[in-house]
Design a protein around this ligand. Structure first.
Ligand SMILES: Cc1cc2nc3c(=O)[nH]c(=O)nc-3n(C[C@H](O)[C@H](O)[C@H](O)COP(=O)(O)O)c2cc1C
Length: 332
């Protein structure tokens, strides 16, 4: 996969989400969109270096283009982790400058790095020197009492001077004290106009907007207004059919494939069988499929059958068929 593949895919991306965008989730999403860029969960640089690489970094070739998100603030460690990930075939390595959780703050990385643009520049420079794979950054518009109008352009200028050309901006601050990570995704207000301003100031940078985007129409609006990419997180996870199934046609101008959520379930079956045959559990895959029929008759039955049964010993394809019947019988 070439460097350009990740750039053109970044017109629409599915956000990195801890515990959600694991390899099974990404495989599911890839069946729904051939074009969009898929991000892993964040993996810390020390975990990449010292941890169980097959478990933390393993992915299916079908997932390309796929970007690994790293957490860290030690340039040497990040460089080493980048080299390892690049050798495994990731199409992009992204540095997390947006996650506000306590664990991440104490390790001194994530959103707190919005206050340390110099250090971020050192990190990305080290990462870029470790491999030819493109290095990108996902950031906030600021943290705590920073003034985003001042901090964000300074941050982008400093980090792009170190060689990064592509950024995703989660268009709200992170408040490092007093809010949980979940609250930090909802409570600080969104400031989309500031992201548009950044594109005016830095027309040469590839800028994606993230935060609160739930439909492809909204995504198209941002692209038509001049932004280079849109990243969608929770909506893509909870309602993958409405966000991802039409993405290739609507966002990338590809021919309509006419796939339904039912088709996607059927296409998942061989993958599920392989997983079960190598001692995996059904639930590990189907937990990402619960939202496939959201808004359709039978959606509740689909979710109920899978939620109640998929963790049980011996749960397999028959349970998926039984859950699917909840939807198809209602449609008949
Ligand atoms: C469960 C969950 C886990 C997340 N984990 C990460 C993460 O590992 N790295 C990261 O940069 N952002 C993480 N985020 C934030 C998302 O990438 C995204 O910035 C945020 O949800 C806003 O986009 P949305 O409104 O489209 O969901 C996470 C979000 C959720 C809901």
């Amino acid at each position: 996969m070439s460097k350009n593949a990740a750039i053109s895919a970044a017109r629409l991306s599915v956000a990195p989400m801890m515990d959600w965008t694991d390899r099974h989730c990404r495989y599911l999403h890839r069946l729904m969109t051939r074009e969009a860029l898929l991000y892993t969960e964040m993996v810390t640089a020390p975990a990449v270096i010292h941890g169980d690489r097959a478990r933390l970094l393993g992915f299916n070739e079908a997932e390309h283009p796929v970007a690994l998100q790293l957490g860290g603030s030690d340039p040497a460690e990040l460089a080493q982790a980048t080299k390892i990930a690049a050798d495994l075939g990731y199409d992009e390595i992204n540095l997390n400058v947006g996650c506000p959780s306590d664990r991440v703050q104490s390790g001194f990385f994530g959103a707190v790095l919005m206050e340390r643009a110099e250090l971020v520049a050192d990190c990305v420079a080290a990462m870029m020197s470790a491999s030819p794979v493109e290095v990108t950054v996902k950031c906030r518009i600021g943290v705590d009492d920073q003034t985003p109008e001042e901090v964000l352009p300074e941050f982008l200028a400093r980090v792009s001077a170190a060689g990064v050309n592509r950024f995703t901006i989660h268009a709200r601050k992170a408040w490092l004290q007093g809010l949980s990570p979940k609250e930090n995704r909802d409570i600080p207000p969104l400031d989309y106009p500031l992201v548009h301003q950044m594109k005016e100031i830095f027309p040469h940078l590839h800028l994606s907007v993230n935060g609160g985007i739930t439909t492809l129409d909204q995504a198209k609006g941002f692209l038509e207004a001049g932004l280079d990419g849109v990243m969608i997180g929770r909506a893509a996870y909870h309602e993958p059919a409405s966000v991802l199934l039409r993405a290739d046609a609507e966002i990338f101008g590809q021919p309509e494939r006419g796939l339904s959520a039912e088709d996607i379930v059927r296409q998942m079956l061989p993958y599920i069988e392989d997983h079960l045959a190598s001692d995996g559990r059904l639930h590990q895959i189907t937990r990402h499929m619960l939202g496939l029929f959201t808004g359709r008759p039978g959606a509740r039955g689909w979710r109920r059958v899978l939620s109640e049964g998929a963790s049980k010993d011996g749960a397999g394809i028959a349970l998926v068929e039984q859950a699917l019947a909840q939807v198809t019988q209602r449609a008949a």
